[in-house]
Design a protein around this ligand. Structure first.
Ligand SMILES: Cc1cc2nc3c(=O)[nH]c(=O)nc-3n(C[C@H](O)[C@H](O)[C@H](O)COP(=O)(O)OP(=O)(O)OC[C@H]3O[C@@H](n4cnc5c(N)ncnc54)[C@H](O)[C@@H]3O)c2cc1C
Ligand code: FES
Length: 274
């Protein structure tokens, strides 16, 4: 039984933050392992969170590996498991197994300008790498975040975004005009063109709804970014998380194991099954 990869480790919820209210509510959970058998993770990896009697969901670890005290997850309420997570309180226990996936190749990005492009809950998977780059700022060039959501109420990490504006360029957007909104109005891919980042010595990292990613990649290419300068994540539905069940495949690739992070140069060679 000791080698059973499906057995989760027990963790306690130590903090819950309401990020977004309403029908598409998002909460951020901080957790600590109950025993001394926890794990460390790489930027961009995910974990299976389980709620007793409800099931499991794959969720990106949104905290940086630099922060060893807790693991953080930002969860959009969509169905059975995520709704059960949203009902939980500080002190409640959940199961966590992982970490899964390949993570961002951040060690290869030393000295480069990093441009993070996110939409909605899609900021969560790139938040760990963004926080890591901020924590080791002297290792990288300029850091830029281009992030948007449908309305200003749907932005995640609102307080943190105000904080990081002191340390890096942050360009926010909402889809439509709002009272007192002073930043960009329009879709994220258009804000990207408006901010016109240089591809020179740069890497672009994008995560969000598939339609946003599609146009972000096209616009990055129009700005002169090469396919191997563009990274994105693929969130195919997953069950085992460890390359056994075949639920997440794109052609011969197990996204849970070989991904979920791909450069566009890698991803465009695979069948368009995502
Ligand atoms: C690598 C990876 C990282 C992820 N990171 C996050 C994250 O950081 N935060 C977050 O909120 N969610 C994330 N997700 C999505 C999350 O796993 C699903 O939303 C969750 O499993 C839904 O479970 P549920 O039981 O609440 O919903 P269910 O009752 O299973 O389904 C509710 C609805 O959501 C749809 N759905 C379920 N899983 C997915 C999926 N993977 N992609 C698209 N639609 C889906 C179902 O088809 C259904 O329409 C990630 C998924 C993957 C694969
Ligand atoms: S989720 Fe089972 S093989 Fe990827």
């Amino acid at each position: 039984m000791e080698n059973n990869h499906y057995i989760p480790k027990v963790a306690r919820i130590i903090n819950i933050k309401n990020e977004v209210e309403g029908a598409r509510a998002i909460k951020t959970f901080r957790t600590q392992f109950a025993g001394d058998d926890g794990f460390t993770h790489a930027c961009g990896q995910s974990a299976m969170l389980s709620v007793l009697g409800k099931g499991e969901s794959m969720i990106s670890i949104s905290s940086s590996p630099i922060e060893a005290e807790y693991l953080q997850f930002s969860v959009l309420k969509t169905g059975r498991v995520t709704s059960a997570l949203h009902e939980m309180k500080v002190g409640d226990m959940i199961g966590i197994r992982g970490p899964y996936g390949n993570g961002f190749p951040i060690d290869k990005w030393t000295g480069k300008n990093l441009i993070f492009i996110g939409g909605g809950i899609g900021l969560a998977p790139i938040w760990s790498v963004l926080q890591t780059a901020l924590g080791k700022k002297s290792d990288y060039g300029n850091l830029t975040l281009i992030y948007g959501s449908r309305t200003s109420k749907d932005l995640v990490f609102k307080e943190e975004l105000r904080g990081i504006k002191q340390e890096m360029a942050v360009h926010l957007s909402v889809d439509n005009e709002e009272d007192r909104w002073e930043e960009y109005v329009g879709f994220v891919p258009n804000n990207l063109l408006d901010k016109n980042p240089s591809p020179e010595n740069a890497v672009a990292i994008t995560c969000g709804p598939p339609i946003m990613i599609k146009f972000v990649i096209k616009n990055l290419q129009d700005l002169g970014f090469k396919d191997d300068q563009i990274y994105t994540t693929v969130e195919n539905k997953m069950k085992c998380g460890i390359g056994i069940c075949g639920r997440c495949n794109i052609g011969p690739h197990y996204v849970c194991k070989d991904g979920p992070i791909y450069s566009w140069a890698e991803l465009k060679k695979l069948p368009q099954e995502y």
